[in-house]
Design a protein around this ligand. Structure first.
Ligand SMILES: C[S@@+](CC[C@H](N)C(=O)[O-])C[C@H]1O[C@@H](n2cnc3c(N)ncnc32)[C@H](O)[C@@H]1O
Length: 296
């Protein structure tokens, strides 16, 4: 296993995943009670967009590079419902954090999920981050955890650790991000099995699973299995910049959320199509969201 997220940081999949993550944490931190954030596949935490890796794929240019105000220092436009083209508030919150992550850095940087969570969480909250590759776990430790007492890094298998050993969190409120590299064929099945175990240990957790889409038919079994999990409710958001008709490349991606907090679904109809329009890359682009399971 030698997956390097530096090749993909800031691409359309990251944009969707991270907008959702920021909105969920925004809602969950509205209550003063402490919150646990667990990241089963944390990555390096921060990525240079001027690196050789990023330059080789150029994926970020079709992702975060398409969004307004991304140039370091330029303010992200705040949401304004009366102007159809204004940046929706949910997206503006994410953009502000991306811009802030480049401040004081050499060149352009893009924040990974641990850095976004660290920026949003409060003194009373805790971050527990799992990363399997020792070299990447070290970068995470040095770059993020060393100067932040709220953060613990585990060089460990996220399925066994974040989704099992670390549950339930002592805080009894938590968001768990599951963001595997999908290098092996059984990653969909492993994610669903791990989520099933996690729900038996921490039924009220908010779980977020990111998944790639090559062809729509390829994710149908995953969505069917997710809908059968014993979460109270679950929904999925998908965004594809081009037609999902080739098994050879990632054409889009989705985020499934188990036990979404109250209010999360409000506004998706506005911000998701706005984002899909900006990220569209030709014929067949689109987006959709739907409940997989609704609380009675
Ligand atoms: C898609 S990247 C994570 C990106 C990160 N969540 C973000 O949004 O910024 C997946 C990461 O999972 C790590 N990884 C792969 N298998 C793992 C496992 N079983 N447990 C924990 N980490 C794993 C890889 O080394 C890689 O850094």
């Amino acid at each position: 296993m030698n997956y390097q997220h530096g090749f993909h940081a800031g691409n359309h999949g990251d944009v969707l995943k991270h907008v959702v993550l920021v909105e969920l944490l925004h809602l969950l931190t509205a209550k003063p009670a402490a919150l646990a954030y667990l990241d089963s596949h944390a990555g390096a935490g921060r990525y240079s967009l001027d690196s050789e890796q990023a330059g080789r794929t150029g994926e970020w240019q079709a992702g975060i590079g398409r969004l307004p105000g991304f140039a370091p220092g330029a303010p992200a436009a705040a949401g304004d419902d009366h102007e159809p083209d204004a940046v929706p508030e949910v997206v503006a919150r994410y953009l502000a954090l991306v811009q802030a992550s480049s401040k004081g850095a050499h060149g352009r940087t893009y924040p990974g999920s641990p850095a976004l969570a660290a920026a949003l969480l409060r003194e009373q909250d805790r971050l527990r981050l799992c990363e399997l590759q020792p070299a990447i776990a070290k970068v995470l430790e040095r770059g993020l955890a060393a100067r932040d007492r709220r953060i613990q890094v585990f060089q460990a298998d996220g399925y066994q650790h974040a989704l099992k050993a670390l549950l339930p969190p002592p805080e009894r409120r938590g968001l768990i991000l599951v963001d595997p590299p999908y290098e092996s064929r059984d990653e969909f099945a492993r994610s669903v099995a791990a989520l099933a175990t996690a729900l038996t240990r921490f039924a009220t957790g908010v779980y977020v699973l990111w998944y790639p889409i090559k062809q729509a038919s390829g994710v149908a079994p995953l969505l069917r299995d997710l809908a059968r999990l014993p979460a109270k409710s679950s929904l999925t958001l998908e965004l594809w910049p081009r037609a999902c008709d080739s098994p050879l490349r990632m054409n889009g991606s989705g985020v499934a959320i188990l036990n979404p907090p109250w209010g999360f679904a409000d506004g998706i109809d506005h911000w998701l199509p706005w984002l899909a329009d900006r990220l569209a890359d030709g014929r067949g682009a689109g987006c959709q969201w739907r409940w997989l399971k609704r609380e009675d």
